[in-house]
Ligand binder design. Structure first.
Ligand code: COA
Ligand code: MG
Length: 235
C-alpha cells in the first residue's frame, strides 16, 4: 500500500458551521479536551487532526468514520482498534496539521513551527555528529537545519512509538551523499545504520515537516487537503 502524507492548513478562525461539524465527528474525549484548551488554536489542531485521521482511515479500511476508535500504547502512540495493523501518525504545530498513513510498516511524522531559538539548546538534544553537522552549516541556515534535524529525530521517535524514553542523543540522523549531488537521510543508532527511511520538507517559511517509515517508499510531495474538502467529506 502506498504511503501518503497529507497536510492541512488551519485558519486562525474556523467558520462556526464547520467547527460544529468537526466537533461532532470526533470522540467524546477529544471534544472534552478541546473545550479545556485555553488557546482556540490548540483546540483546532487537536480536533482537525482527529477528523483528518478518521476520514483517511475510513477510506483506507472501508469502515464508517464514526465506528473507528483509537487506543494508545504505553507511550501515547495511537492505533486503530478496528485494524491495529494499519499504520498512521499525526503531528500538529503552528498553522499546520500533518497525517502520514498507508500500509502496515511503522510510520512517524513531525511538524514544527520555526521560531527563533537559542541554538545552544541543540547541543543538549542532538548527538555529537549532528552537532558537528549543524555547526558546519552557514550561519543563515543554522536555524532551518536545527528544525530539519529536530523534526527528523521526532519523526523517528514517533515511528518507533516509545516517546522520549529513547534518548535523543542515542541516534544520529544525517545526510548520506549520493552521485549527482543528491542525498537522502540516514539514521545511525548505536553504530548501526537502521533501515528506516526519511523525508524532509520545508512546508513554508515557518514550518518544517519530516516523516519516517521503517520500510516502503515515502511520497515525493505531501498532498494538500483544504478545510472545505475535509468538511465536504463529513456531509
Ligand atoms: N509515538 C508516536 N506518536 C505519538 C506518541 C508516541 N509515543 N504519543 C502521541 N503521539 C501522536 C498523537 O496522535 C499526538 O496527537 P494527539 O494527542 O492530538 O492525538 C501526536 O502524536 C502529537 O504529535 P506532535 O504534534 O508532533 O507533538 P510533539 O512533537 O509535541 O510530541 C511526542 C511528540 C509526544 C511523541 C514526543 O516525542 C514528545 O513529547 N516530544 C517532545 C518534543 C521534544 O523535546 N523534542 C526534541 C527533539 S530534538
Ligand atoms: Mg512535534
Amino acid at each position: 500500500m502506498m504511503i501518503t502524507i497529507q497536510v492541512l492548513q488551519v485558519p486562525s478562525v474556523v467558520p462556526e458551521a464547520y467547527w460544529d461539524l468537526f466537533l461532532s465527528s470526533v470522540s467524546d474525549e477529544r471534544r472534552a479536551q478541546a473545550a479545556r484548551f485555553i488557546h482556540q488554536a490548540d483546540a483546532y489542531r487537536s480536533v482537525l487532526g482527529e477528523v483528518l485521521t478518521r476520514v483517511t482511515l475510513s477510506e483506507l479500511t472501508g469502515l464508517p468514520r464514526k465506528e473507528l476508535s483509537f487506543s494508545r500504547n504505553a507511550y501515547g502512540k495511537p492505533r486503530l482498534v478496528q485494524n491495529p495493523k494499519i499504520s498512521f501518525n499525526v503531528s500538529h504545530s503552528g498553522d499546520w496539521i500533518a497525517l502520514i498513513s498507508g500500509g502496515t510498516a511503522e510510520l512517524g511524522v513531525d511538524m514544527e513551527k520555526i521560531a527563533p531559538i537559542d541554538l545552544q539548546i541543540a547541543v543538549r538534544f542532538f548527538s555529537t555528529q549532528e552537532n558537528t553537522y549543524l555547526s558546519a552549516q552557514p550561519a543563515d541556515q543554522q536555524l532551518n537545519t536545527f528544525y530539519r534535524l529536530w523534526t527528523l529525530k521526532e519523526s523517528y521517535i514517533k515511528a518507533i512509538g516509545m516517546g522520549l524514553s529513547m534518548p535523543l542523543n542515542s541516534f544520529a540522523i544525517l545526510p548520506h551523499a549520493h552521485q549527482h549531488g543528491k542525498h537522502d537521510w540516514r539514521c545511525n543508532q548505536d553504530g548501526q545504520i537502521v533501515r528506516h527511511r526519511f523525508y524532509t520538507h520545508s512546508l513554508d517559511e515557518q514550518h518544517m515537516l519530516a516523516a519516517c517509515a521503517v520500510e516502503g517508499e515515502l511520497p515525493a510531495q505531501p498532498e494538500v487537503v483544504t478545510l472545505e474538502s475535509l468538511c465536504a467529506e463529513l456531509t
